[in-house]
Structure formats: C-alpha cells, structure tokens
Design a protein around this ligand. Structure first.
Ligand code: NDP
Ligand code: F7E
Length: 309
C-alpha cells in the first residue's frame, strides 16, 4: 500500500474503523477517505456504486456494519441480517466494478460453530450449528466471506477476509443495553460507583469465556494483512487467551473503582460457552497482539471518563 494510495475506510467513525484510520495516519498514509452513514448509506446500492465510481479508492477496509452485543443481536435479528448482507454485497460488488486493488472484509469469531473445538482453527468454519442468539448476523458475515472468495475465484479480485475475536477500546459503543459486555460493564460499574449503589447486575451465569483484543492491535493486524496477505482463506485475529465473564467483571470493578457486590442474572442469555481463536496462522505470518488486557482496560476507562466531560 503506497503512502499516496487512496484508501477508503468504511465505518471510519466506529470502534474498528477509527482505529484503522489512526494506524494508517500514523503510518503516513495521506489520502484516506471516510463517510458517515448519514453522508453515505451503504445499504443504498446506487449511492454506494456511485461513491466508488466518483472516488476510485484503491484500497478498502470494510469496517462498516450493523454491530451489537448479545441482546441487540437477539432482539433485532432482521436488522442484523438485512443490513449486513446488503452493505457488504454493495461494497464488494462496487469494489469489483471499479477495480479496487485490494479489499479487506471484517468478519467475526461468531461465524464459527457454537461448540467448535478449542482453540478455533480457521478450517472449522461451516462444520456445525451456529449460536442461536447471533445466527442471522453470523450468516450475513459468512456470506461476506463467500462473496470475497467468489469474486477472487471468478474475477481474480484481491479480496481478503479476517475474523477478529471480541474487541474493545476507545470509540466503543457504551450503551447499557445494546453494547458488548466490556463497554456495557465499564459504564454500569462507573455509574454505580457514582451513585453509591450496593450491587451491579451482570447478565448470564458468568461462566462463558471470551477473548478480548484491544482495537489498536486489531487495526495493526488489518494493516499488516493488507500489506502481506493475498489469499482467499480466512485469517483469525486475536490474543489466543480468554477469561470468564466472572473474571472480567471483577477486573472491571477494580479498574473503575466500584466496591459493591456483583450479582449474576441467569435469566439473560449466556451465548456461546467459549470461543477462543487459534491465532497460530497470523502469528506465523509475522503478527501478534501486544496490548495486555490490564493496559487496554486502563486506556479504555480513561478515554470513557474523558469523553463524558
Ligand atoms: N466490536 C467487536 O467486538 C467486533 C467487531 N467486529 C467487526 O468489525 C467491524 C466494525 O465493528 P465496530 O467498529 O465494532 O462497529 P461500530 O458499531 O463501532 O461501527 C460500525 C460503523 O458502521 C457504520 N455503518 C453502520 N450502518 C451503516 C450504513 N447503513 N451505512 C454506512 N455506514 C454504516 C457506522 O457509521 P456511522 O457511525 O457514521 O453511523 C459505524 O461507523 C464489523 O464488521 C464487525 O462485525 C468483529 C469482531 C468483534
Ligand atoms: C463480538 C460478538 O458479540 C456478541 O456475542 P458475545 O460474544 O456473546 O458478546 P457480548 O459481549 O454481548 O456478551 C458476552 C457475554 O457477556 C455476558 N454479559 C454480562 N453482562 C453483560 C452486559 O451488560 N452486556 C452484554 N452485552 N453482555 C453481558 C453475556 O451474557 C455473554 O455471556 C454477538 O453479538 C456476536 O455477533 C459477536 O460478534
């Protein structure tokens, strides 16, 4: 990727897109294109194609998507399948039509079977039943992978797909109901501390295990693969280590300074019991995660407090 290349980061205001833009700017890339969803609704096929025709991006990071935590996925399955299928289809086809040199599509570790052997290798895709709470979203993401592979096979387009684990960091969505566990609990503990609450409720049994990757590490991995990977096979991106939700809740209580009780609510869904990625492929390609969970959580909580001022 030449420093003068035209690079479009779709979803540039989101958690992942904004981190990719920070990394590209840090690397010296001068010609980055971004559009908010208000300026360009990527569900609109004609508008998307016209944007690609006018701007002629050479490299594209597909970080625009309908994204949310377990409850949002379970409550709005139609939005999660429709928005994601249509946005990725529009972008991938427009990239093909306008001769984009290379495109990176972001999937998610939820594309793997609910009960996949651990750690999850890339080849376990489509070997078993999906987790019901996010099946529509996962099906859309699997379709995105297949679109990239099909356009590569039929037309030789250099489209690659990466599968990140659960992410967190600055610019995350801290909504109490719609967000992922880590930002939702940061906010819940922070507000409980401010109000002096004696207990905070955490969804589910607390036994599920999750692997958390700091978003700047993910952005670095995406830029690394954009430079060094040209194959149709998907690539996992993660740390290779996971913790239980009980352990996460205690860590976050400590980071936020919350000293009350932590109560688990088993009426809320647990989701996949465990989804730890096998990251040997990306490690062998020459990249590995750098940020410890302790450092990533401290940075994220500092940013959360600053952004509320
Ligand atoms: N967060 C996570 O834990 C994980 C995320 N991923 C993947 O990373 C990618 C980015 O996720 P993340 O950054 O967390 O999500 P965010 O919700 O933070 O950002 C999503 C972005 O998509 C844009 N977008 C949504 N709908 C539209 C639309 N109709 N038209 C144009 N743009 C739209 C939003 O634009 P705007 O802000 O302008 O509305 C926003 O910038 C997704 O593909 C997701 O599947 C994968 C694994 C884990
Ligand atoms: C990235 C990934 O994100 C989603 O899958 P998920 O990994 O299950 O993500 P989650 O962060 O929402 O939950 C993780 C665990 O944490 C528990 N939990 C406790 N308390 C809260 C809480 O307050 N909020 C949330 N959201 N979860 C909570 C929750 O019950 C679950 O056991 C999918 O959308 C999927 O499509 C996807 O791609």
């Amino acid at each position: 990727m030449e420093l003068s290349a035209k690079i479009y980061v779709a979803g540039g205001r989101g958690l992942v897109g904004s981190a990719i833009i920070r990394k590209l700017r840090h690397n010296g890339c001068a010609h980055i294109i971004e559009r908010s969803s208000k300026m360009l609704d990527l569900r609109d096929q004609a508008a998307t194609l016209s944007f690609f025709r006018n701007e002629q991006p050479e490299y594209v990071f597909v970080a625009a998507a309908k994204v949310g935590g377990i409850l949002a996925n379970n409550t709005y399955p139609a939005d999660f399948i429709y928005d994601n299928l249509i946005m990725e289809t529009n972008m991938i086809h427009a990239a093909h039509e306008t001769g984009v040199k290379k495109m990176l599509f972001l999937g998610s570790s939820c594309i793997y079977p609910k009960f996949a052997p651990q750690p999850i290798k890339e080849e376990y895709l489509l070997t078993g039943e999906l987790e019901p709470t996010n099946e529509p979203y996962a099906i859309a993401k699997i379709a995105g992978i297949k679109l990239c592979q099909a356009y590569r096979k039929q037309y030789g387009d250099n489209f690659i797909s990466v599968m990140p684990t659960n992410l967190y960091g600055i610019n995350d969505n801290f909504d109490l109901e719609g967000a992922h566990v880590l930002p939702a609990l940061i906010r819940r503990f922070h507000e409980a501390k401010q109000r002096g609450d004696s207990a905070v409720s955490v969804w589910g049994t607390g036994t599920p295990r999750r692997e958390f990757l700091y978003v700047d590490d993910l952005a670095e991995a995406c830029c690394f693969l954009m430079e060094h990977y040209d194959d149709s096979d998907i690539v996992n991106i993660g740390t290779g280590s996971d913790i239980t939700i009980v352990e996460l809740a205690h860590l976050l209580a400590k980071v936020t300074g919350y000293q009350g009780d932590i109560v688990f609510d088993p009426t809320k869904p647990d989701g996949t019991p465990v989804k730890r990625l096998d990251v040997s492929k990306i490690n062998q390609l020459g990249w590995q995660a750098k940020t410890s969970l302790a450092d990533g959580l401290a940075t994220t909580y500092r940013w959360f407090c600053e952004s509320k001022k």
